[in-house]
Design a protein around this ligand. Structure first.
Ligand code: PEP
Ligand code: MG
Length: 540
Protein backbone atom coordinates (compact mmCIF):
# COMPACT_ATOMS: atom_id res chain seq x y z
CA UNK A 1 0.00 0.00 0.00
CA UNK A 2 1.50 3.32 -1.06
CA UNK A 3 1.88 5.77 1.83
CA UNK A 4 2.47 9.53 1.88
CA UNK A 5 3.58 11.43 4.93
CA UNK A 6 3.20 15.00 6.07
CA UNK A 7 2.69 16.91 9.31
CA UNK A 8 -0.39 15.76 11.23
CA UNK A 9 -1.88 19.05 12.44
CA UNK A 10 -5.41 18.08 13.35
CA UNK A 11 -6.11 14.65 14.78
CA UNK A 12 -8.80 12.15 13.83
CA UNK A 13 -9.17 9.41 11.21
CA UNK A 14 -10.91 9.43 7.84
CA UNK A 15 -11.54 7.16 4.86
CA UNK A 16 -12.80 8.88 1.73
CA UNK A 17 -12.40 9.74 -1.94
CA UNK A 18 -9.91 12.35 -3.08
CA UNK A 19 -10.97 15.60 -4.68
CA UNK A 20 -7.97 17.55 -5.92
CA UNK A 21 -8.54 21.28 -5.98
CA UNK A 22 -6.60 22.53 -8.97
CA UNK A 23 -5.35 26.06 -9.07
CA UNK A 24 -7.10 27.94 -11.86
CA UNK A 25 -4.69 28.82 -14.62
CA UNK A 26 -5.33 32.33 -15.81
CA UNK A 27 -3.83 34.40 -18.55
CA UNK A 28 -3.34 37.66 -16.69
CA UNK A 29 -2.37 39.42 -19.91
CA UNK A 30 -5.71 38.82 -21.55
CA UNK A 31 -7.46 41.60 -19.57
CA UNK A 32 -7.71 44.77 -21.65
CA UNK A 33 -6.62 48.10 -20.17
CA UNK A 34 -9.36 50.69 -20.51
CA UNK A 35 -8.63 53.90 -18.66
CA UNK A 36 -6.91 54.38 -15.30
CA UNK A 37 -10.23 55.51 -13.76
CA UNK A 38 -12.01 52.44 -15.13
CA UNK A 39 -9.32 50.06 -13.88
CA UNK A 40 -9.31 51.69 -10.43
CA UNK A 41 -13.10 51.35 -10.33
CA UNK A 42 -12.85 47.67 -11.36
CA UNK A 43 -10.38 47.11 -8.52
CA UNK A 44 -12.56 48.95 -5.98
CA UNK A 45 -15.65 46.99 -7.08
CA UNK A 46 -13.70 43.74 -6.68
CA UNK A 47 -12.64 44.82 -3.18
CA UNK A 48 -16.30 45.52 -2.31
CA UNK A 49 -17.37 42.06 -3.52
CA UNK A 50 -14.43 40.49 -1.66
CA UNK A 51 -15.33 42.36 1.54
CA UNK A 52 -18.96 41.26 1.28
CA UNK A 53 -17.98 37.61 0.62
CA UNK A 54 -15.43 37.64 3.44
CA UNK A 55 -17.91 39.12 5.90
CA UNK A 56 -20.30 36.29 5.02
CA UNK A 57 -17.52 33.75 5.59
CA UNK A 58 -16.65 35.41 8.92
CA UNK A 59 -20.25 35.04 10.05
CA UNK A 60 -20.25 31.39 9.01
CA UNK A 61 -16.87 30.70 10.57
CA UNK A 62 -17.88 32.34 13.85
CA UNK A 63 -20.60 29.69 14.11
CA UNK A 64 -18.38 26.72 13.23
CA UNK A 65 -15.00 27.70 14.66
CA UNK A 66 -15.68 30.48 17.18
CA UNK A 67 -15.15 34.23 17.13
CA UNK A 68 -11.44 34.15 17.83
CA UNK A 69 -10.71 31.87 14.87
CA UNK A 70 -12.95 33.91 12.58
CA UNK A 71 -10.65 36.86 13.33
CA UNK A 72 -8.14 35.21 10.97
CA UNK A 73 -10.37 36.29 8.08
CA UNK A 74 -10.96 39.71 9.65
CA UNK A 75 -7.17 40.02 9.46
CA UNK A 76 -7.42 39.63 5.67
CA UNK A 77 -9.79 42.60 5.47
CA UNK A 78 -7.37 44.65 7.57
CA UNK A 79 -4.45 43.70 5.30
CA UNK A 80 -6.40 44.66 2.22
CA UNK A 81 -7.26 48.07 3.65
CA UNK A 82 -3.56 48.88 4.20
CA UNK A 83 -3.12 52.37 2.63
CA UNK A 84 0.44 51.53 1.51
CA UNK A 85 -0.71 48.51 -0.45
CA UNK A 86 -3.71 50.34 -1.92
CA UNK A 87 -1.57 53.27 -3.04
CA UNK A 88 0.87 50.87 -4.71
CA UNK A 89 -2.00 49.28 -6.63
CA UNK A 90 -3.31 52.70 -7.68
CA UNK A 91 0.19 53.75 -8.80
CA UNK A 92 0.60 50.53 -10.75
CA UNK A 93 -2.72 51.13 -12.53
CA UNK A 94 -1.78 54.75 -13.21
CA UNK A 95 1.43 53.40 -14.75
CA UNK A 96 -0.59 51.48 -17.35
CA UNK A 97 -1.32 48.12 -15.71
CA UNK A 98 -4.78 46.56 -15.68
CA UNK A 99 -6.46 46.04 -12.28
CA UNK A 100 -5.63 42.32 -12.57
CA UNK A 101 -1.96 42.88 -13.35
CA UNK A 102 -1.61 45.57 -10.67
CA UNK A 103 -3.15 43.30 -8.00
CA UNK A 104 -0.93 40.44 -9.09
CA UNK A 105 2.35 42.35 -9.07
CA UNK A 106 1.77 44.36 -5.87
CA UNK A 107 0.59 41.27 -3.92
CA UNK A 108 3.55 39.28 -5.26
CA UNK A 109 5.87 42.02 -3.99
CA UNK A 110 4.36 41.78 -0.51
CA UNK A 111 4.47 37.99 -0.70
CA UNK A 112 8.21 38.05 -1.53
CA UNK A 113 8.87 40.50 1.27
CA UNK A 114 6.99 38.51 3.93
CA UNK A 115 8.20 35.08 2.87
CA UNK A 116 11.86 36.13 2.82
CA UNK A 117 11.79 36.73 6.61
CA UNK A 118 12.64 33.67 8.66
CA UNK A 119 9.73 34.05 11.03
CA UNK A 120 6.63 31.90 11.29
CA UNK A 121 4.30 34.89 11.63
CA UNK A 122 5.71 36.60 8.53
CA UNK A 123 5.42 33.38 6.54
CA UNK A 124 1.79 33.23 7.66
CA UNK A 125 1.29 36.79 6.39
CA UNK A 126 2.76 35.74 3.05
CA UNK A 127 0.24 32.92 2.77
CA UNK A 128 -2.58 35.33 3.72
CA UNK A 129 -1.51 37.74 0.95
CA UNK A 130 -1.68 34.93 -1.61
CA UNK A 131 -5.18 34.08 -0.40
CA UNK A 132 -6.25 37.72 -0.80
CA UNK A 133 -4.59 38.02 -4.22
CA UNK A 134 -6.24 34.90 -5.61
CA UNK A 135 -9.65 35.95 -4.33
CA UNK A 136 -9.44 39.48 -5.80
CA UNK A 137 -8.09 38.27 -9.14
CA UNK A 138 -10.77 35.56 -9.20
CA UNK A 139 -13.45 38.24 -8.79
CA UNK A 140 -11.85 40.48 -11.45
CA UNK A 141 -11.71 37.57 -13.91
CA UNK A 142 -15.24 36.45 -13.10
CA UNK A 143 -14.12 32.97 -11.85
CA UNK A 144 -16.65 31.09 -9.86
CA UNK A 145 -13.81 29.50 -7.85
CA UNK A 146 -13.82 25.91 -6.62
CA UNK A 147 -17.20 25.02 -5.17
CA UNK A 148 -15.77 23.55 -1.94
CA UNK A 149 -19.15 23.87 -0.27
CA UNK A 150 -20.73 21.54 -2.88
CA UNK A 151 -18.37 18.52 -2.76
CA UNK A 152 -20.14 15.19 -2.12
CA UNK A 153 -20.24 13.39 1.23
CA UNK A 154 -17.09 11.39 1.96
CA UNK A 155 -14.64 13.74 0.22
CA UNK A 156 -11.03 14.26 1.17
CA UNK A 157 -9.82 17.59 -0.22
CA UNK A 158 -6.31 18.04 -1.54
CA UNK A 159 -4.85 21.45 -2.39
CA UNK A 160 -1.50 23.13 -2.74
CA UNK A 161 -2.45 25.39 0.18
CA UNK A 162 -5.57 25.36 2.30
CA UNK A 163 -6.17 29.04 2.65
CA UNK A 164 -8.39 30.36 5.46
CA UNK A 165 -11.06 31.34 2.91
CA UNK A 166 -11.08 27.77 1.52
CA UNK A 167 -11.14 26.18 4.98
CA UNK A 168 -14.03 28.36 6.09
CA UNK A 169 -16.12 27.17 3.14
CA UNK A 170 -15.76 23.49 4.07
CA UNK A 171 -18.99 21.69 4.82
CA UNK A 172 -17.98 19.47 7.73
CA UNK A 173 -20.76 16.98 6.93
CA UNK A 174 -19.30 16.17 3.52
CA UNK A 175 -15.56 16.74 3.89
CA UNK A 176 -13.85 14.07 5.97
CA UNK A 177 -10.26 15.37 5.87
CA UNK A 178 -7.92 17.85 4.19
CA UNK A 179 -4.41 17.52 2.79
CA UNK A 180 -2.13 20.33 1.62
CA UNK A 181 1.37 20.67 0.22
CA UNK A 182 2.35 23.50 2.56
CA UNK A 183 1.65 24.54 6.14
CA UNK A 184 2.72 23.70 9.68
CA UNK A 185 1.11 23.13 13.07
CA UNK A 186 0.80 26.89 13.62
CA UNK A 187 -0.39 27.95 10.15
CA UNK A 188 -3.85 29.43 9.86
CA UNK A 189 -5.11 26.42 7.91
CA UNK A 190 -4.04 24.16 10.80
CA UNK A 191 -5.65 26.38 13.43
CA UNK A 192 -8.91 26.42 11.48
CA UNK A 193 -8.82 22.67 10.78
CA UNK A 194 -8.51 22.01 14.52
CA UNK A 195 -11.23 24.54 15.28
CA UNK A 196 -13.73 22.84 12.98
CA UNK A 197 -12.38 19.46 14.12
CA UNK A 198 -11.43 18.00 10.78
CA UNK A 199 -8.41 15.68 10.34
CA UNK A 200 -5.66 17.51 8.45
CA UNK A 201 -2.24 16.60 7.08
CA UNK A 202 -0.09 19.47 5.82
CA UNK A 203 3.31 19.77 4.16
CA UNK A 204 2.74 16.70 1.98
CA UNK A 205 5.19 17.15 -0.86
CA UNK A 206 3.58 17.08 -4.35
CA UNK A 207 0.26 15.90 -2.88
CA UNK A 208 -1.86 17.58 -5.52
CA UNK A 209 -0.02 15.86 -8.36
CA UNK A 210 0.56 12.46 -6.68
CA UNK A 211 -3.06 12.11 -5.59
CA UNK A 212 -5.71 11.86 -8.33
CA UNK A 213 -9.43 12.64 -8.18
CA UNK A 214 -11.33 9.59 -6.97
CA UNK A 215 -8.37 7.86 -5.23
CA UNK A 216 -9.50 6.09 -2.07
CA UNK A 217 -7.49 7.41 0.89
CA UNK A 218 -7.22 6.53 4.58
CA UNK A 219 -5.91 9.35 6.81
CA UNK A 220 -4.42 9.52 10.27
CA UNK A 221 -4.52 13.22 11.16
CA UNK A 222 -2.30 13.01 14.23
CA UNK A 223 0.50 10.94 12.68
CA UNK A 224 0.25 12.77 9.35
CA UNK A 225 -0.16 9.48 7.44
CA UNK A 226 -2.02 9.01 4.13
CA UNK A 227 -2.64 5.51 2.76
CA UNK A 228 -3.48 5.04 -0.95
CA UNK A 229 -6.15 2.57 -2.03
CA UNK A 230 -6.21 0.76 1.34
CA UNK A 231 -7.45 -2.86 1.31
CA UNK A 232 -10.73 -3.79 2.97
CA UNK A 233 -9.06 -4.79 6.22
CA UNK A 234 -7.30 -1.42 6.52
CA UNK A 235 -10.49 0.47 5.66
CA UNK A 236 -12.33 -1.41 8.42
CA UNK A 237 -9.48 -0.69 10.85
CA UNK A 238 -9.47 3.05 10.06
CA UNK A 239 -13.25 3.26 10.28
CA UNK A 240 -13.10 1.59 13.68
CA UNK A 241 -10.41 4.01 14.88
CA UNK A 242 -12.47 6.91 13.53
CA UNK A 243 -15.59 5.75 15.42
CA UNK A 244 -13.63 5.18 18.62
CA UNK A 245 -12.05 8.63 18.27
CA UNK A 246 -15.50 10.25 17.88
CA UNK A 247 -16.94 8.33 20.83
CA UNK A 248 -14.04 9.28 23.05
CA UNK A 249 -14.32 12.91 21.95
CA UNK A 250 -18.04 12.90 22.65
CA UNK A 251 -17.58 11.40 26.09
CA UNK A 252 -15.01 14.09 26.84
CA UNK A 253 -17.13 17.02 25.67
CA UNK A 254 -19.48 16.22 28.56
CA UNK A 255 -16.71 17.49 30.82
CA UNK A 256 -16.47 20.88 29.11
CA UNK A 257 -17.42 23.63 31.56
CA UNK A 258 -17.88 21.10 34.39
CA UNK A 259 -16.04 21.63 37.67
CA UNK A 260 -13.17 19.24 38.35
CA UNK A 261 -14.40 17.36 41.42
CA UNK A 262 -13.59 13.80 42.48
CA UNK A 263 -16.44 11.41 43.29
CA UNK A 264 -15.83 12.05 46.96
CA UNK A 265 -16.30 15.79 46.40
CA UNK A 266 -12.70 17.01 46.48
CA UNK A 267 -12.22 20.07 44.29
CA UNK A 268 -9.27 20.09 41.87
CA UNK A 269 -8.40 22.25 38.86
CA UNK A 270 -7.18 21.40 35.37
CA UNK A 271 -5.12 24.10 33.67
CA UNK A 272 -3.34 24.24 30.32
CA UNK A 273 0.34 24.71 29.41
CA UNK A 274 1.14 27.24 26.68
CA UNK A 275 4.17 28.50 24.76
CA UNK A 276 2.65 31.39 22.79
CA UNK A 277 0.08 34.05 23.70
CA UNK A 278 -2.33 32.81 21.05
CA UNK A 279 -2.39 29.35 22.68
CA UNK A 280 -4.42 30.83 25.58
CA UNK A 281 -7.49 30.74 23.37
CA UNK A 282 -6.84 27.05 22.82
CA UNK A 283 -6.82 26.45 26.59
CA UNK A 284 -10.28 28.04 26.89
CA UNK A 285 -11.49 26.17 23.80
CA UNK A 286 -10.45 22.93 25.54
CA UNK A 287 -12.17 23.78 28.82
CA UNK A 288 -9.10 24.84 30.84
CA UNK A 289 -9.69 26.54 34.19
CA UNK A 290 -6.50 28.56 33.95
CA UNK A 291 -2.94 28.50 32.63
CA UNK A 292 -0.53 26.56 34.82
CA UNK A 293 2.58 27.22 32.75
CA UNK A 294 3.34 29.85 30.14
CA UNK A 295 6.81 28.95 28.84
CA UNK A 296 8.03 32.48 28.05
CA UNK A 297 11.29 31.30 26.49
CA UNK A 298 9.46 30.84 23.19
CA UNK A 299 9.14 34.63 23.01
CA UNK A 300 12.93 34.80 23.11
CA UNK A 301 13.71 32.03 20.61
CA UNK A 302 13.81 32.10 16.77
CA UNK A 303 14.55 35.79 16.56
CA UNK A 304 17.71 37.90 16.22
CA UNK A 305 17.54 39.89 19.47
CA UNK A 306 15.85 40.18 22.87
CA UNK A 307 12.13 41.03 22.92
CA UNK A 308 11.54 44.55 24.30
CA UNK A 309 9.58 45.27 27.49
CA UNK A 310 6.68 46.47 25.30
CA UNK A 311 6.68 43.27 23.24
CA UNK A 312 6.71 41.16 26.39
CA UNK A 313 4.03 43.30 28.04
CA UNK A 314 1.86 42.85 24.93
CA UNK A 315 2.30 39.06 25.05
CA UNK A 316 1.66 38.65 28.80
CA UNK A 317 -1.24 41.11 28.96
CA UNK A 318 -2.88 39.48 25.91
CA UNK A 319 -2.89 36.16 27.76
CA UNK A 320 -4.13 37.80 30.99
CA UNK A 321 -6.97 39.54 29.16
CA UNK A 322 -7.90 36.40 27.21
CA UNK A 323 -8.16 34.43 30.45
CA UNK A 324 -10.13 37.13 32.36
CA UNK A 325 -10.40 36.20 36.03
CA UNK A 326 -8.75 32.82 35.52
CA UNK A 327 -5.26 32.30 36.89
CA UNK A 328 -2.29 32.67 34.52
CA UNK A 329 1.03 31.32 35.84
CA UNK A 330 3.86 32.82 33.81
CA UNK A 331 7.28 31.27 34.18
CA UNK A 332 10.28 33.56 33.89
CA UNK A 333 12.86 32.88 31.20
CA UNK A 334 14.00 29.23 31.20
CA UNK A 335 16.76 29.14 28.57
CA UNK A 336 19.88 27.05 28.38
CA UNK A 337 19.83 23.27 28.65
CA UNK A 338 18.00 22.12 25.53
CA UNK A 339 16.63 25.61 24.78
CA UNK A 340 19.27 27.60 22.95
CA UNK A 341 18.99 31.35 22.32
CA UNK A 342 21.77 32.15 19.88
CA UNK A 343 22.02 35.93 20.42
CA UNK A 344 22.59 35.51 24.18
CA UNK A 345 25.89 33.86 23.26
CA UNK A 346 25.96 31.46 26.19
CA UNK A 347 29.22 29.56 25.66
CA UNK A 348 29.03 25.86 24.89
CA UNK A 349 29.10 23.78 28.05
CA UNK A 350 30.01 20.16 28.72
CA UNK A 351 26.93 19.69 30.90
CA UNK A 352 24.34 22.22 29.76
CA UNK A 353 21.57 20.67 31.91
CA UNK A 354 23.73 21.26 34.98
CA UNK A 355 24.96 24.58 33.76
CA UNK A 356 24.23 28.21 33.15
CA UNK A 357 20.50 28.13 32.58
CA UNK A 358 17.11 29.45 33.69
CA UNK A 359 17.10 31.37 37.01
CA UNK A 360 20.91 31.13 37.20
CA UNK A 361 21.29 33.05 33.95
CA UNK A 362 18.54 35.54 34.84
CA UNK A 363 19.96 36.46 38.26
CA UNK A 364 23.36 36.90 36.67
CA UNK A 365 21.88 39.21 34.03
CA UNK A 366 19.51 41.50 35.93
CA UNK A 367 19.32 43.92 32.98
CA UNK A 368 17.64 41.22 30.93
CA UNK A 369 15.66 39.73 33.82
CA UNK A 370 14.26 43.06 35.01
CA UNK A 371 12.83 43.83 31.56
CA UNK A 372 10.78 40.64 31.87
CA UNK A 373 9.78 41.31 35.48
CA UNK A 374 8.64 44.87 34.66
CA UNK A 375 6.58 43.58 31.73
CA UNK A 376 5.03 40.94 34.02
CA UNK A 377 4.12 43.43 36.78
CA UNK A 378 2.54 45.76 34.22
CA UNK A 379 0.62 42.93 32.56
CA UNK A 380 -0.58 41.71 35.98
CA UNK A 381 -2.66 44.89 36.17
CA UNK A 382 -4.87 43.43 33.42
CA UNK A 383 -5.60 39.99 34.82
CA UNK A 384 -4.83 37.27 37.32
CA UNK A 385 -1.12 36.73 36.74
CA UNK A 386 1.23 34.77 39.01
CA UNK A 387 5.00 34.69 38.45
CA UNK A 388 6.91 31.41 38.64
CA UNK A 389 10.67 30.85 38.90
CA UNK A 390 12.27 27.86 37.12
CA UNK A 391 15.09 25.56 38.25
CA UNK A 392 15.26 26.78 41.85
CA UNK A 393 17.86 24.96 43.98
CA UNK A 394 18.43 27.45 46.80
CA UNK A 395 16.37 29.82 48.98
CA UNK A 396 18.78 32.56 48.08
CA UNK A 397 17.64 32.48 44.42
CA UNK A 398 14.05 33.22 45.43
CA UNK A 399 15.18 36.01 47.76
CA UNK A 400 17.26 37.60 44.99
CA UNK A 401 14.36 37.42 42.53
CA UNK A 402 12.08 39.00 45.15
CA UNK A 403 14.55 41.84 45.58
CA UNK A 404 14.61 42.50 41.85
CA UNK A 405 10.80 42.47 41.78
CA UNK A 406 10.76 45.10 44.55
CA UNK A 407 13.21 47.19 42.54
CA UNK A 408 10.95 46.95 39.49
CA UNK A 409 7.92 47.92 41.58
CA UNK A 410 9.75 51.03 42.85
CA UNK A 411 10.80 52.00 39.30
CA UNK A 412 7.31 51.57 37.92
CA UNK A 413 5.85 53.54 40.81
CA UNK A 414 8.27 56.40 40.10
CA UNK A 415 7.33 56.35 36.44
CA UNK A 416 3.62 56.47 37.31
CA UNK A 417 3.05 53.28 35.30
CA UNK A 418 0.01 51.03 35.67
CA UNK A 419 1.13 47.83 37.39
CA UNK A 420 0.23 45.45 40.19
CA UNK A 421 2.08 45.08 43.50
CA UNK A 422 2.50 41.84 45.43
CA UNK A 423 1.99 39.59 42.42
CA UNK A 424 2.10 36.02 43.82
CA UNK A 425 5.54 34.48 43.33
CA UNK A 426 5.81 30.70 42.98
CA UNK A 427 8.60 28.21 42.59
CA UNK A 428 9.00 25.31 40.22
CA UNK A 429 10.01 22.18 42.02
CA UNK A 430 12.08 20.43 39.39
CA UNK A 431 15.40 19.69 41.09
CA UNK A 432 16.17 17.27 43.93
CA UNK A 433 17.61 20.27 45.85
CA UNK A 434 14.24 22.04 45.73
CA UNK A 435 12.47 18.90 46.96
CA UNK A 436 14.86 18.56 49.88
CA UNK A 437 14.35 22.19 50.98
CA UNK A 438 10.64 22.28 50.04
CA UNK A 439 9.64 22.99 53.67
CA UNK A 440 11.80 26.11 53.70
CA UNK A 441 10.86 27.15 50.17
CA UNK A 442 7.18 26.87 51.10
CA UNK A 443 7.76 29.57 53.73
CA UNK A 444 8.85 32.12 51.13
CA UNK A 445 6.94 31.03 48.03
CA UNK A 446 3.26 31.67 47.35
CA UNK A 447 2.81 28.38 45.49
CA UNK A 448 4.64 25.36 44.06
CA UNK A 449 4.42 23.75 40.66
CA UNK A 450 6.13 20.41 40.16
CA UNK A 451 8.09 20.15 36.91
CA UNK A 452 8.29 16.40 36.48
CA UNK A 453 10.01 16.62 33.09
CA UNK A 454 13.22 17.93 34.63
CA UNK A 455 12.65 16.43 38.06
CA UNK A 456 12.62 12.88 36.65
CA UNK A 457 15.94 13.44 34.87
CA UNK A 458 17.66 15.06 37.83
CA UNK A 459 16.35 12.60 40.46
CA UNK A 460 17.28 9.58 38.35
CA UNK A 461 20.53 11.20 37.13
CA UNK A 462 19.63 10.21 33.61
CA UNK A 463 20.07 11.82 30.22
CA UNK A 464 16.89 10.90 28.39
CA UNK A 465 18.58 11.52 25.04
CA UNK A 466 21.05 8.70 25.76
CA UNK A 467 19.43 5.49 24.51
CA UNK A 468 21.60 3.31 26.77
CA UNK A 469 20.12 4.79 29.95
CA UNK A 470 16.85 6.34 28.80
CA UNK A 471 14.75 3.54 30.28
CA UNK A 472 15.62 4.97 33.68
CA UNK A 473 13.83 8.17 32.67
CA UNK A 474 10.54 7.09 34.20
CA UNK A 475 8.34 9.28 36.38
CA UNK A 476 6.96 6.12 38.01
CA UNK A 477 10.31 5.16 39.54
CA UNK A 478 9.90 5.07 43.35
CA UNK A 479 12.48 7.84 43.86
CA UNK A 480 10.59 10.26 41.60
CA UNK A 481 7.23 9.42 43.16
CA UNK A 482 8.69 9.96 46.61
CA UNK A 483 10.04 13.36 45.53
CA UNK A 484 6.58 14.34 44.27
CA UNK A 485 4.92 13.15 47.48
CA UNK A 486 7.43 15.03 49.65
CA UNK A 487 6.85 18.25 47.70
CA UNK A 488 3.06 18.04 48.01
CA UNK A 489 3.36 17.32 51.74
CA UNK A 490 5.60 20.37 52.28
CA UNK A 491 3.15 22.61 50.43
CA UNK A 492 0.21 21.24 52.42
CA UNK A 493 2.04 21.71 55.69
CA UNK A 494 2.72 25.35 54.85
CA UNK A 495 -0.80 25.86 53.49
CA UNK A 496 0.25 26.95 49.97
CA UNK A 497 -1.30 25.61 46.73
CA UNK A 498 0.64 23.00 44.78
CA UNK A 499 0.27 22.14 41.11
CA UNK A 500 2.08 20.08 38.52
CA UNK A 501 2.99 21.34 35.07
CA UNK A 502 5.23 18.50 33.84
CA UNK A 503 3.84 15.90 31.44
CA UNK A 504 3.09 13.55 34.37
CA UNK A 505 0.09 15.70 35.35
CA UNK A 506 -1.83 14.00 32.52
CA UNK A 507 -0.52 10.49 33.23
CA UNK A 508 -3.55 8.26 33.91
CA UNK A 509 -1.45 5.90 36.02
CA UNK A 510 -0.35 8.74 38.29
CA UNK A 511 -3.53 10.79 38.65
CA UNK A 512 -5.03 8.66 41.48
CA UNK A 513 -1.83 8.96 43.52
CA UNK A 514 -1.56 12.71 42.91
CA UNK A 515 -5.15 13.17 44.10
CA UNK A 516 -4.48 11.06 47.18
CA UNK A 517 -1.40 13.09 48.08
CA UNK A 518 -3.39 16.31 47.66
CA UNK A 519 -2.18 17.92 44.41
CA UNK A 520 -4.45 20.92 43.79
CA UNK A 521 -3.88 21.78 40.15
CA UNK A 522 -3.01 19.67 37.09
CA UNK A 523 -1.57 21.69 34.20
CA UNK A 524 -1.46 19.75 30.96
CA UNK A 525 -1.22 20.14 27.17
CA UNK A 526 -4.49 21.82 26.12
CA UNK A 527 -5.78 18.82 24.15
CA UNK A 528 -5.48 16.64 27.28
CA UNK A 529 -7.47 18.96 29.58
CA UNK A 530 -10.84 17.23 29.20
CA UNK A 531 -9.31 13.74 29.42
CA UNK A 532 -7.51 14.71 32.64
CA UNK A 533 -10.69 16.23 34.10
CA UNK A 534 -12.63 13.07 33.24
CA UNK A 535 -10.07 10.90 35.00
CA UNK A 536 -10.10 13.12 38.09
CA UNK A 537 -13.91 13.24 38.17
CA UNK A 538 -14.07 9.45 37.91
CA UNK A 539 -11.69 8.97 40.83
CA UNK A 540 -13.41 7.63 43.90
C1 PEP B 1 9.29 20.46 33.66
O1 PEP B 1 10.51 20.44 33.76
O2 PEP B 1 8.53 19.55 34.07
C2 PEP B 1 8.63 21.60 33.02
C3 PEP B 1 7.33 21.73 33.02
O3 PEP B 1 9.42 22.51 32.39
P1 PEP B 1 10.04 22.30 30.94
O4 PEP B 1 9.44 21.06 30.35
O5 PEP B 1 9.71 23.54 30.17
O6 PEP B 1 11.47 22.20 31.26
MG1 MG C 1 11.72 22.25 33.45
Amino acid sequence: MKTLRGIGVSSGYAVGKAIVIKEIERDLNSAVYTTAEEEIKKFQDAVSVYTKNTNELIEQLTKTAGKKNAEILEGHLVMLSDPFMLSQINDSIAGGNTAVKATDSVCNGFYDMFSSVDDEMMKQRASDILDIKNSIIGILCGDKGVAIEDVPKGSILIAKDFTPSMTSRINRENVYAVIAEVGSVTSHSAILARAIDIPAVLSVKDASSLIKDGDLLAIDGSKGKILFEPDQKTVAEYEKMRDRYFEEKKSLTEYFGKPTVTKSGIKKAVYGNIGKPEDAENVLHNGGEGIGLFRTEFLFMDRPSLPSEEEQFEAYSTVAKTMGEKEVIIRTLDIGGDKAVSYLEIPREDNPFLGYRAIRYCLDNPDIFKVQLRALLRAAYFGNIKIMLPLITDLNEVEKAKKLILECEAELENEGALFKKNVPLGVMIETPAAVLIADELAQIADFFSIGTNDLTGYVMAVDRGNGKVSKLYDVQKPAVLKAIEMTIKSAKKAGIPVGMCGEAAADSALIPMLIKWGLDEFSVTPNLILKTRKEICEFD
